[in-house]
Design a protein around this ligand. Structure first.
Ligand SMILES: [Zn+2]
Length: 76
């Protein structure tokens, strides 16, 4: 399986973890509420996981232009 961290705004691949030793506790998923898990984590049928995050570039853009955070894809 693999875990892919993808920016939810610009869809940039931020990071990728591969291997069979991945568990939710190690990734910190257990700290999330069920609602947050639903919002941030996508589990695919083949066992791969996509974690939706905000990359540094978009974090900076949103800080400079807070109104952009209201839009789902401000940089597209
Ligand atoms: Zn981004």
């Amino acid at each position: 399986m693999s875990v892919n961290y993808v920016c939810k705004h610009c869809h940039t691949l931020i990071g990728r973890i591969e291997g069979s030793g991945i568990d939710e506790t190690r990734l910190g998923f257990h700290q999330l509420t069920p609602e947050e898990r639903h919002q941030y984590i996508l589990v695919h049928s083949n066992g791969d996981v996509t974690v939706r995050m905000t990359c540094d570039y978009c974090t900076e853009a949103i800080q400079m232009h807070p109104e952009l955070s209201l839009l789902p894809s401000p940089l597209q």
